[in-house]
Design a protein around this ligand. Structure first.
Ligand SMILES: *[C@@H]1O[C@H](CO)[C@@H](O)[C@H](O)[C@H]1NC(C)=O
Ligand SMILES: *[C@@H]1O[C@H](CO)[C@@H](O)[C@H](O)[C@H]1NC(C)=O
Ligand SMILES: *[C@@H]1O[C@H](CO)[C@@H](O)[C@H](O)[C@H]1NC(C)=O
Length: 414
C-alpha cells in the first residue's frame, strides 16, 4: 500500500516533468470595486508578467477563474484576445459554484470563444479547470472559515465536467486536459474521489501561511508545501498535479507562526518557486499584483497594489525575484523532503498537516485581480483568503470571497 502510494507520487512528478512546464500567475476578472477588467487591463498584466524584473520572461501563462467577461451574461472574457496578442498561454477556468445557470453561461462563453477566435485561441490553451475550490467551500473547514461560502458537491461537479466535455467534443479543444482546482485536503478526502475519476489532472492551491493549526513558520513552509503536494499526488493515483495557486503574503495578519513579511515572502519564493517548483511542475503563482483599488489583507502581490495599467508597466517587484543564485538552505537539502525516495517515505509518515487556508478562490463573483479582496466580508477571525474571485458572474455575493482553505488533517497522510 505504501509502496504503491509512493509509486503514484513518483509517477505524478515524472509526468509533470516530461512535457513543457508552464509558469504563470492567477488573474481575476474584475477589480475590487466590481468593475470588469478589459482587454487593455489584461494586456497590461500579461506584459508586466513577461517583463517582471529578475524573472527572464518566464511568466508567460495565465490561469483564469471564469470564461465570462465581467459584468456580462456570457460574453467570452477579454483575457482571451489579450493572451492572443501577448502570446500568453491559458489555463482556462469554468466557475462552477454559480449553479447550473452559471455553468451554462460559462459553457456558452467557452464555445463562443472557440468560434470567434479559432486556433489563435485554442493553440494557447494548456488546460481547463471545471471549478475552483468548490469542494473546499462546502467542506467542514471551509464552512467554519466562511459559513456563507457557496461551493459544489462532488456529484454536481462531475455533472458539470461531463457537460464541458460534451461541449468541447468535436472542437479544437476536444483534447484539452480537463481538471479541477481545490485545496489539498479536499483532494485527500475520499468522499470527493468521483471528481478525481472524472478529470485528467488535479490542480492544488497551497498556502502554508494559512495552515494555522500546525507549526507553520516560514522555516516549515517548504516541508508543509511538499507534504501537501505529495498527499494530493497520492490521492490522484498518478494523474498530474499542477500547482494552481501558492504564495506567501508580505503583509497582513499573523496566522499562528505564519508571519507575513517581505523577507518571508522572498524565502517562500526562493524555496518553493526557484529551488523546487519552477521548471519542474506547472505553477501559477498567487499573485502578480494585488487587486485594486482596495488592497487585500493579507497582501500577496509581487508588485504590491497598482492603480493603473500605466503604473503596472513600470512597477518594480517588492523583493528580488531572481532565481539565479538561489539554492535550498543546507538544512532543507539534508532533510528528507529533498532526499531520495526512501527518506521521503519516512517523512511522510507521521506528517501532519494542518490547516491550510488558502487564499483562494473566492467566491463567486468575480473578481479581482486575483486577489481577492479584502473587501468584503471577512470577519476576521477566519483566515482569509486572498483569493481569487472568480467570475464575474453575478451569482454569488461578492462578499463571500474569502475562502480560506484550511486543510487539516492530523491524520497521517500516507
Ligand atoms: C469530505 O467531502 C465531502 C463531500 O465533498 C464533504 O461533505 C465533507 O464535509 C468533507 N469532509 C470534511 C472533513 O471536510
Ligand atoms: C550570482 O552570483 C554571482 C557570483 O557571486 C554574481 O556575480 C552574480 O551577479 C549573481 N547573480 C545575481 C542575479 O544575483
Ligand atoms: C514528496 O515526494 C517526493 C517524491 O517522492 C520526495 O522526494 C519528497 O521528499 C517528498 N516530500 C515530502 C515533504 O514528503
Amino acid at each position: 500500500m505504501r509502496t504503491s502510494t509512493f509509486l503514484s507520487v513518483a509517477a505524478a512528478l515524472t509526468s509533470s516533468v516530461s512535457a513543457t512546464v508552464y509558469q504563470g500567475f492567477n488573474y481575476g476578472s474584475t477589480f475590487t470595486d466590481n468593475t470588469a477588467k478589459t482587454q487593455a487591463d489584461f494586456e497590461a498584466e500579461f506584459t508586466a508578467a513577461k517583463n517582471l524584473v529578475g524573472t527572464s520572461g518566464a511568466f508567460t501563462s495565465a490561469r483564469l477563474y471564469t470564461m465570462i467577461q465581467g459584468n456580462t451574461v456570457s460574453d467570452p472574457i477579454q483575457a482571451i484576445p489579450a493572451a492572443i496578442k501577448e502570446k500568453t498561454s491559458l489555463l482556462l477556468g469554468i466557475w462552477a459554484s454559480g449553479g447550473q445557470a452559471g455553468v451554462t453561461n460559462e459553457i456558452a462563453a467557452l464555445t463562443a470563444a472557440i468560434t470567434n477566435y479559432g486556433t489563435d485561441f485554442t493553440d494557447l490553451v494548456v488546460g481547463l479547470s471545471v471549478g475552483s475550490e468548490d469542494l473546499y467551500r462546502v467542506s467542514v473547514t471551509g464552512l467554519i472559515n466562511d459559513p456563507t461560502g457557496v461551493g459544489a458537491d462532488p456529484t454536481t461537479l462531475v455533472e458539470y465536467i461531463t457537460q464541458v466535455k460534451t461541449a468541447i467534443k468535436g472542437t479544437a479543444l476536444a483534447n484539452v486536459p480537463i481538471g479541477h482546482v481545490d485545496t489539498w485536503n479536499s483532494w485527500t478526502n475520499s468522499s470527493n474521489n468521483a471528481v478525481i475519476d472524472a478529470i485528467d489532472w488535479l490542480g492544488v492551491d497551497e498556502y502554508p501561511y494559512f495552515q494555522n493549526t500546525v507549526s507553520n513558520s516560514i522555516d516549515s513552509a517548504y516541508d508543509l508545501f511538499w507534504e501537501a503536494y505529495n498527499a494530493t499526488a497520492a490521492a490522484g493515483g498518478g494523474k498530474p498535479v499542477w500547482i494552481t495557486e501558492t504564495g506567501w503574503p508580505i503583509s497582513g495578519k499573523t496566522e499562528n507562526l505564519g508571519v507575513p513579511s517581505l523577507a518571508n515572502a522572498k524565502t517562500f519564493w526562493d524555496e518553493i518557486g526557484c529551488a523546487s517548483a519552477f521548471g519542474k511542475v506547472n505553477t501559477w503563482w498567487y499573485v502578480l499584483q494585488d487587486a485594486a483599488p482596495t488592497t487585500p489583507v493579507p497582501s500577496f502581490g509581487l508588485l504590491g497594489s497598482t492603480t493603473s495599467d500605466a503604473t503596472l508597466g513600470t512597477q518594480q517587484p517588492l523583493y528580488d525575484l531572481s532565481c539565479a543564485n538561489v539554492s535550498l538552505p543546507a538544512s532543507l537539502l539534508s532533510s528528507p523532503s529533498t532526499a531520495t525516495t526512501s527518506g521521503a517515505t519516512a517523512t511522510r509518515t507521521g506528517s501532519t498537516s494542518g490547516t491550510q487556508t488558502t487564499p483562494g478562490s473566492a467566491g463567486s463573483t468575480g473578481t479581482g485581480t486575483g486577489s481577492g479582496s479584502g473587501t468584503s466580508g471577512t470577519s476576521s477571525s477566519q483566515s482569509v483568503s486572498p483569493s481569487t474571485k472568480a467570475n464575474g458572474a453575478s451569482t454569488v455575493a461578492a462578499s463571500s470571497m474569502f475562502l480560506a482553505c484550511a486543510l487539516f488533517a492530523g491524520a497521517a497522510l500516507f
